[in-house]
Structures are given as structure tokens and as C-alpha cells.
Design a protein around this ligand. Structure first.
Ligand code: 5AD
Ligand code: FES
Length: 354
């Protein structure tokens, strides 16, 4: 208990943690310490962002993917995955509806789908920026050459999400087929930062072979990259993948890591992810109370939502649906927070890495 307190105080005052400290906070069975960690992290978030929660409208525009990550339900090797692509008109219609609901950020997420050439992505981005000039466009379309990232940026894209998945070489190789490498993933992320994107990295919690050591590597990498956003959520097995029989990640560990990230990086944008909401009925609320400040409701057409199945049992109806944004707003109000409709940019001073 004393040890936990000391680690949390150091996080709060100095924004640092060592391996042993991380191990202590993730392993402790002392409920009071766990509650104190969450409360301290929440206070740190309140100090920067108040009680505002930012929303991002997620548009899952293609479920085709040329990659074969062992954990992912839309990997190319999954013959049972249903594939779809939205047309540009359908994507713009999602944005129009989202705009009416109050969304000022659209996240275009998809598998690495060669059908969507750089030209198509650029045309899409510039059309969205033309129709909705007060909105931010976030891309999440995987690993690309630097020139492609530059072209999307020049077309108006503001932000890019690319989870690094794990910053440990050996662990990375155990989650991905040989053609994917951690070095290339890092190259992408540093290129995105240099080009000027507000950049998001992140990882799954409880992915197979993850250890406190690999998690510590994640924290070191995040410190070095200095991203504006860090997305973490529990690993959830998808039954038609090589990891279909593995155990899901822990909600509790995810919450503790969210709190650690908040205290290490008080200005970061941290989403309470759909995966967290999938494993626990109050997962996203608990994420907010552990220091998260972003939620990303699904804006994809209802008919395709079940097909974008990265993992099983994904929440995709009722309160998760963007139409029920008022339900989400109520859920946030019940815990003392409010959804705001602005772009929700990161409040960190440019150039400063915490
Ligand atoms: N469980 C949880 N998250 C997953 N992702 C992919 N597959 C799964 C899974 N089975 C996450 C990855 C990816 C993001 C889009 O979704 O971290 O980067
Ligand atoms: Fe599509 Fe991993 S399976 S990027």
C-alpha cells in the first residue's frame, strides 16, 4: 500500500514511472490503491480538459484488408469475414448525418484496402473538408509510404491513428506475420508526426504474450514519439482468427493503464474505447473515470456495422449507435461529465513532449 502510494505520487508530481512501479500498480490487489490511482488520474484530466468529453464519429468504410494480423477479425486469411466497401457518397452521407448530430471530427477507418488508392483517399478527404470546413478529418488506414501520408495531409487530413500494437520486437513478431515489422510501424508513426499530423498510437491490453516488460516498452515508445492521442482497449478474441481461443484482456488492467497514461501525459487525448465498452456494460464510463476524455461512437451505416468485426460481440446497437448520442450524453452526465461538440484538439503546447 505504501509502495503503491509512492508510485502514484511520483506519477502525479514527476510524470514518470519505472518498471517496478508499473509492475506494482498493475499487480496490486489493494482495491484502495487502485481507486486512488483512478481518482488521481481523473483529477489530472479534469485539470486540463475539465469535465468535457470529446466525441469522434467513426466511419468504418472498408472491411477489406491486405494484412493478416493474427488477432484481427478482418485479416485477409479470414474467409468467413464479410467484406464491404462504402461508396464516397455513402461516406459523405455518414458525415452529413454526423454533422447534424454534433460531430466535428470524422474518423475514416478501414483495413488496408488497395481499392482505396491515394487518389481516392485524397479526393474523399478534400470533399469532406470542403463540405464541413469546421470539422477535423482523422484517417486510420494503416501503413503507407511517407509520400502517401504527405498527400493525404496536403488534401486536408488533420489527424492519423495507427496503433503501434506493441513496442517490443519479439512480441510484435508474435502478433503479426513475417511481412510486418515493428521498425516499419515506427517509421510510419515518426513520418506522420514529422509531416504535422496530430498522431495517435496505441495498443491492445492483454494481447497474447504481453507482459509487464512489453507494456513498459510501450510506455517508453509513447514517451519518445510524443503522440497527441493514445488508444488502448482490451484484446478480445475473434473466433475465426489464430488467436480465437485466447483469453480476453482484463478490464481492470486496461483501466489502470489508462490512468498511468493520463498521469504520464496529462494533455493526451485518451479514448474510452468500444472494446472496453464491449467487455463491460459500464466500460466506457469507467474509462472516463480512470482518466479517458474521448469517446468514438460508430457513424457507419447500421447495415454494415456487424461486418466490421475486428473482435466478437462488439457493441453496435442501442447506446453505441450514433443515433443514440443522447443516450451516450446521458450516460456521461450520470457520472458528472458532458459531451461537447467542438473539434477537441489536443491542448498540449506544440513542441512539448510530456
Ligand atoms: N481485440 C481488440 N482490439 C483489436 N484490434 C484489432 N483486433 C482486435 C481484437 N481482436 C484493434 C487493433 C487495431 C485497431 C483498429 O483495433 O489494435 O489497431
Ligand atoms: Fe488488417 Fe492487421 S489485419 S491491418
Amino acid at each position: 500500500m505504501r509502495r503503491e502510494r509512492a508510485v502514484i505520487e511520483r506519477l502525479k508530481q514527476e510524470h514518470t514511472i519505472d518498471r517496478e512501479g508499473l509492475s506494482c500498480l498493475l499487480g496490486t490487489e489493494d482495491g484502495e490503491s487502485a481507486a486512488y490511482l483512478a481518482q488521481t488520474a481523473r483529477e489530472a484530466a479534469d485539470a486540463v480538459y475539465g469535465r468535457d468529453i470529446y466525441i469522434r464519429g467513426l466511419i468504418e468504410f472498408t472491411s477489406y484488408c491486405r494484412n493478416d494480423c493474427y488477432y484481427c477479425g478482418i485479416r485477409r486469411g479470414n474467409r468467413l469475414a464479410e467484406r464491404y466497401r462504402l461508396t464516397e457518397e455513402e461516406i459523405l452521407e455518414c458525415c452529413r448525418q454526423g454533422y447534424g448530430l454534433g460531430f466535428r471530427t470524422f474518423v475514416l477507418q478501414g483495413g488496408e484496402d488497395p481499392y482505396f488508392t491515394d487518389e481516392k483517399i485524397c479526393a474523399l478527404v478534400s470533399e469532406i473538408k470542403k463540405r464541413f470546413p469546421d470539422c477535423a478529418v482523422t484517417l486510420s488506414v494503416g501503413e503507407k509510404p511517407r509520400a502517401s501520408y504527405q498527400a493525404y495531409f496536403d488534401a486536408g487530413a488533420d489527424r492519423y491513428l495507427l496503433r503501434h500494437e506493441t513496442a517490443d520486437e519479439t512480441h510484435y513478431r508474435r502478433l503479426h506475420p513475417p511481412e510486418l515489422s515493428l521498425a516499419e510501424r515506427k517509421r510510419c508513426l515518426y513520418d506522420l508526426k514529422e509531416i504535422g499530423y496530430q498522431t495517435g498510437c496505441g495498443f491492445m491490453v492483454g494481447s497474447p504474450y504481453q507482459t509487464v516488460e512489453t507494456l513498459y516498452e510501450d510506455l517508453l515508445f509513447i514517451r519518445d514519439l510524443g503522440p497527441e492521442m493514445v488508444g488502448i482497449g482490451p484484446f478480445i478474441p475473434q473466433k475465426d482468427t489464430p488467436f480465437g481461443g485466447e483469453a480476453a484482456g482484463s478490464v481492470e488492467t486496461t483501466l489502470r493503464l489508462l490512468s498511468v497514461l493520463r498521469l504520464l501525459h496529462p494533455h493526451a487525448l485518451l479514448p474510452a474505447t468500444t472494446a472496453l465498452g464491449t467487455l463491460h456494460p459500464k466500460g466506457r464510463e469507467r474509462g472516463i473515470l480512470a482518466g479517458a476524455n474521448v469517446v468514438m461512437p460508430n457513424l457507419s451505416p447500421v447495415g454494415v456495422r456487424k461486418k466490421y468485426r475486428l473482435y466478437d460481440n462488439k457493441i453496435c446497437t442501442g447506446e453505441e449507435a450514433a443515433e443514440c448520442l443522447s443516450c451516450l450524453a446521458r450516460r456521461m452526465e450520470e457520472i458528472g461529465y458532458r459531451i461537447v461538440t467542438d473539434r477537441g484538439d489536443c491542448r498540449r503546447d506544440p513542441g512539448k513532449v510530456e
